[in-house]
Design a protein around this ligand. Structure first.
Ligand SMILES: C[S@@+](CC[C@H](N)C(=O)[O-])C[C@H]1O[C@@H](n2cnc3c(N)ncnc32)[C@H](O)[C@@H]1O
Length: 312
């Protein structure tokens, strides 16, 4: 158990001024490949460097936006409602949500300072961003809606019970969580390509056989975790296959700014660029689907849960 103290109920906009809570982090172990050594990016609070580049990521979010769940736009939020975007990245979706719910107050959090620096360019009244890990959420009964797109698969599976607990507590009773994140078989062939390239010279000498990826949850495993969480289950939990089309340039952009991002802090810059080029060439061969079109088989777990409801 952990204790969350909030003393911000006196003013409706006080959420913007909440300090970061200091709560015992039960999740400091980065359980990736049997080692305790922190792996870049995967567990930012463990002292690992920030692998993300907000300015580069910003140019490569369109493939996510094309597959955002329709439920994001159907919360029906009004004045006095708060919405939280967990792992908001460069903040474009968060800003679009603030446009869509003009009466609500919207906050985006992300573990990456670089992403939040980029996101803050969208800031305006009722829209704020801050550096915070989802594991460190400290709000209690604050948000009518919590959304999280393409973020939770960056959190190691053993930390998901804590994450679900924190999000549950941040929701008002009846508040809803809509999340979309990688499932077990996401880009499985592409991951094989990445692993085989990264395990060869010259990359291997820097990576030492330790690859910054961890397993992603299967549907049955996540169903169990939700049942064991304070949510008690989900209103919707399903696997969705999303064949995402990329141009050649966007394919490399996606690999460079997202899929390979965990490798960046562990490689000299020129070696990282070589890795991107080599992986991109092989992934292009694997995914070529026609004239200048490359289709990547994303597999997402699509989740909707409500605080106070237990049906699954
Ligand atoms: C692929 S980006 C998705 C960004 C955005 N949601 C979007 O759809 O464009 C994943 C983001 O999750 C963030 N992230 C990873 N682990 C996190 C954590 N433990 N807490 C908060 N954010 C995290 C990363 O810093 C990164 O910005």
């Amino acid at each position: 158990m952990y204790v969350i103290s909030t003393n911000d109920d006196r003013r409706p906009d006080a959420i913007w001024f909440l300090p970061h809570f200091s709560v015992q982090d039960r999740s400091s172990r980065s359980d990736l490949d049997g080692s305790d050594e922190p792996v870049p990016h995967m567990n930012p609070a463990a002292g690992a460097p920030d692998a993300w580049s907000g300015s580069e990521y910003r140019e490569n979010t369109a493939h996510h936006r094309a597959f955002d769940p329709p439920a994001l736009w159907a919360f029906g939020l009004g004045a006095g409602d708060f919405l939280l975007d967990v792992g908001c990245g460069a903040g474009d979706l968060t800003a679009a949500l603030a446009d869509h719910y003009p009466q609500a107050r919207v906050i985006g959090i992300d573990a990456s300072p670089s992403q939040i620096e980029q996101a803050r360019q969208h800031e305006r009244p009722r829209l704020r961003y801050e550096v915070r890990r989802v594991q460190d959420l400290g709000w209690e009964k604050r948000f009518a809606a919590v959304v999280s797109i393409a973020c939770l698969h960056w959190v190691p599976i053993p930390e998901h019970p804590l994450v679900l607990e924190r999000i549950f507590h941040a929701l008002v009773p009846g508040g809803r969580l809509v999340a979309s994140f990688a499932g077990e078989t996401n880009i499985v062939e592409i991951r094989k390509i990445i692993f085989s390239v990264a395990d060869q010279p010259p990359y291997r000498q820097y990576l030492g056989g330790r690859l910054p990826h961890h397993p992603w949850p299967s549907l049955p495993r996540y169903r169990e975790m939700l049942a064991d969480s304070p949510f008690g289950g989900a209103e919707e939990l399903r696997t969705e296959t999303q064949p995402r089309p990329f141009s050649r340039a966007r394919l490399t952009g996606w690999l460079r700014t997202q899929t390979l991002t965990g490798y960046r802090p562990r490689l000299p810059p020129s070696v990282f660029e070589d890795l991107v080029a080599e992986v991109s060439e092989k992934v292009a061969e694997e995914t070529r689907a026609g004239d200048g079109v490359y289709v990547v088989p994303f597999v997402r777990l699509q989740l909707q849960a409500r605080r106070g409801k237990t049906a699954i």
